[in-house]
Design a protein around this ligand. Structure first.
Ligand code: ZN
Length: 323
């Protein structure tokens, strides 16, 4: 009798039993009279006990009995969550570097790989730090380099030669402001931190609530966590560069036509929505093999952005009332 459960899957820990079931798997379907533990679907946690065909009746996931029954096969050789105890920095860097190419990344991660939530939450926390470090770090490095070039090209007094272009001075001033923002804004910088945290939590919560859209497939929360935890770091890094470019452009360009302001704002929102949507959508499609993955990812990203804006407004009001 199949029973529907959504608890985290229990896996076989007895090495000899695993070996037995691995050999049984090679013969074909498992002998359930010998199997002493429950086996759950990796995507939806449906109890697969007593099934003969390697296909989940709940979510339709096709699988291989060898992989599902053999816990040893559920280990990735590069993922941070499986290697953080033995080589934390190297495995984090390898995972982060590979995540910039999401299609290739998910081709190397199996849905049956054991999920460890702790390291995944750590990856999410690091992605927030990464966003601010890359944003302000890039601004700081660009500011130092451009300032150095400026000093070499236009040594004081430059009034004897051609003066520096005003655009270059404006860009340097913008970069200086962004680089020093955490120090200059002080506690008001909390706004940025809480806003991005609300964005991140919405990116996690929305796909879990859109299971009707995902072909009525109730996906395990830890699988959504894994998808988001590996896809947000590269998305945040790219978003920080896009935001940096738009802030500089905003300082440089003065639009006379209000329509141009609107187009500029729309392009900005489009860019910062599309980048996380592409990364998370690729994870939902390639890794979780879900239908309408990119549609769900775009909706998730838009809702998350609305969450971010709402949090910003609420927190600004709270901070104003406090000070
Ligand atoms: Zn399933």
């Amino acid at each position: 009798m199949n029973t529907k459960k959504f608890d985290p899957p229990k896996t076989c820990t007895d090495a000899s039993a695993q070996a037995n079931f691995a050999s049984l798997g090679r013969e074909g379907q498992p002998d359930w009279d010998i199997v002493e533990f429950d086996v759950f679907c990796s995507r939806c946690a449906y109890n697969l006990r007593a099934l003969s065909k390697p296909r989940c009746p709940e979510c339709g996931l096709q699988f291989d009995w060898h992989v599902v029954l053999d816990e040893a096969a559920r280990h990735s050789d590069f993922l941070f969550e499986h290697n953080w105890e033995t080589r934390p920095i190297l495995s984090w860097w390898t995972t982060f570097r590979r995540s910039f190419r999401p299609i290739r990344f998910w081709n190397n991660v199996s849905i049956h790989d054991r999920v460890c939530p702790g390291p995944l939450w750590f990856m999410l926390g690091v992605s927030i730090v990464l966003f601010f470090v890359v944003l302000h770090g890039t601004a700081l490095c660009s500011w130092i380099i451009l300032d150095h070039i400026y000093d070499n090209l236009y040594p004081v007094p430059w009034r004897f030669g051609p003066g520096p272009p005003p655009t270059l001075e404006l860009v340097i001033a913008e970069l200086e402001d962004i680089a020093q923002a955490p120090v200059l804004l002080g506690s008001k910088y909390l706004l940025a931190l809480t806003s991005i945290m609300s964005f991140l939590l919405a990116m996690l919560a929305v796909p879990c609530s859109l299971w009707q859209t995902l072909g009525k497939c109730r996906v395990r929360t830890v699988q959504i966590l894994r998808t988001v935890a590996y896809m947000l770091p590269p998305a945040f890094v790219l978003c920080s560069w896009v935001i940096l470019c738009f802030i500089i452009l905003m300082g440089l360009v003065r639009f006379d036509n209000p329509m141009h302001d609107f187009v500029f704002a729309f392009s900005f929102i489009f860019a910062v929505t599309l980048i996380p949507a592409f990364y998370v959508g690729t994870g939902l499609k390639r890794y979780l093999q879900l239908p309408r993955a990119y549609f769900v990812a775009v909706v998730t990203s838009i809702i998350a952005l609305l969450f971010l804006m709402s949090t910003n407004v609420i927190m600004a009001a709270v901070l104003r009332s406090l000070w």
